[in-house]
Design a protein around this ligand. Sequence first.
Ligand SMILES: CC(C)(COP(=O)(O)OP(=O)(O)OC[C@H]1O[C@@H](n2cnc3c(N)ncnc32)[C@H](O)[C@@H]1OP(=O)(O)O)[C@@H](O)C(=O)NCCC(=O)NCCS
Length: 152
Amino acid sequence: MDPHQPLSIRRFDARDTDAVVALWREVFPEYRNPDKPHRDPHRSIANKLATQPELFFVAEHGGEIVGTAMAGYDGHRGWLYSLAVSPSLRRLRIGTRLVAHAEQALTALGCPKVNLQVLEDRPEVLGFYAALGYRADAVVSLGKRLGMPETA
Ligand SMILES: CC(C)(COP(=O)(O)OP(=O)(O)OC[C@H]1O[C@@H](n2cnc3c(N)ncnc32)[C@H](O)[C@@H]1OP(=O)(O)O)[C@@H](O)C(=O)NCCC(=O)NCCS
């Protein structure tokens, strides 16, 4: 990363769509899996732009989108999704800054606790969140599709 170029974290803009989709397809295997057509990054972005778009953040460096974080607050808990950092720019605290930015935005809304889910096959991500103070809750995560294609 060029130390002379600042890293900025800002709200997602529709003009970032192509860059964010490219980053997600690189970082999240499900977004490039032809067996999972319901995992459509464009639909995920469109849905987020319709619901709390102010909680969708990108990290920008040298004119490039190098990270994303998506948050939501339902009035009881906050949630964090789609945290991604460009593979070539890992371990430079970009993920830490994205999470801190999302946490600050949730705190400003009065959110008392943020939850997130980590896929079982990504144990290294648990190391990242542990470094940021996240601890496993004694819960089993359940889910159910509601008659519409999965979008997130
Ligand atoms: C998880 C992710 C966002 C971390 O981003 P990052 O910018 O590289 O993380 P940071 O530089 O802020 O890391 C902060 C600390 O977290 C820990 N950490 C980060 N990545 C780690 C890894 N792969 N293994 C173990 N610990 C890790 C370290 O303690 C690190 O501090 P250090 O570099 O001084 O040792 C990034 O690896 C990523 O995009 N992964 C793929 C997408 C993904 O799985 N997202 C999470 C969905 S739930």
